[in-house]
Design a protein around this ligand. Structure first.
Ligand SMILES: [Zn+2]
Length: 206
């Protein structure tokens, strides 16, 4: 019998599953048993086998493999990872090539790695960040290869709050999908941001 005290309760969403995590402080007493000094084991956790055991005075050697079902599932997962990586790389290369071939001045938003690392993030957000980094690298290499000019503009300057038509600044809430300005500009929020990035890149060429 033991008692525990819940210190913290956290609700986490991972993929489409919800988990409730309880952090507890457990008061538990170790049972008193007679220790036999002959019953010894040394455990080495390894890559080839899950564990290697050296047992007793004569160091009897025992290897413990990962169970077959686990090995099968791991192999499936690793194949899927490889497949996904190739799919994504293929998409990145084709898109980067299309963009680079048909444009000479290319503006992109500078990735703020530090800001990305900060704070709590969902798994999908972390994966997107990694994918954007991979795509930008791909785009940079292709632009260089084809002699095109690629400019990274700071996301501070290419703010989503800036009107791409008249340059006025206004507050944009996260959920706001349209940018509407007094000057008559009324476009999609991301479209407005892309125009700002392009204008800054063009400005960097002169
Ligand atoms: Zn405006």
């Amino acid at each position: 019998m033991f008692f525990f005290l819940i210190i913290q309760t956290t609700i986490i969403k991972e993929r489409d599953k919800w988990h409730v995590v309880f952090s507890c402080e457990i008061e538990k007493e170790k049972p008193k048993v007679k220790i036999d000094p002959k019953k010894t084991v040394g455990i080495d956790l390894g890559l080839k086998y899950f564990a290697n055991l050296a047992i007793g005075r004569d160091n009897h050697f025992v290897t413990i493999e990962n169970p077959k079902y686990l090995r099968k599932a791991l192999k499936k997962l690793s194949n899927l990872h490889c497949y996904l990586k190739n799919l994504r790389l293929d998409f990145f290369h084709k898109l980067a090539l299309t963009i680079v071939k048909s444009h000479d001045i290319i503006g992109v938003e500078k990735m703020n790695i530090k800001a990305m690392m900060q704070g709590l993030k969902t798994l999908s957000r972390a994966i997107s960040d990694a994918a954007w980094g991979m795509f930008l690298n791909c785009l940079k290499n292709k632009a260089f290869e084809y002699g095109k000019n690629l400019y990274e503009v700071s996301s501070f300057l290419a703010s989503t709050q800036l009107c791409s038509k008249c340059g006025q600044k206004k507050e944009m809430k996260l959920g706001q999908s349209k940018y509407s300005c007094e000057c008559g500009q009324n476009i999609d929020r991301d479209h407005n941001a892309a125009i700002n990035i392009k204008n800054l890149a063009v400005g960097m060429t002169v």
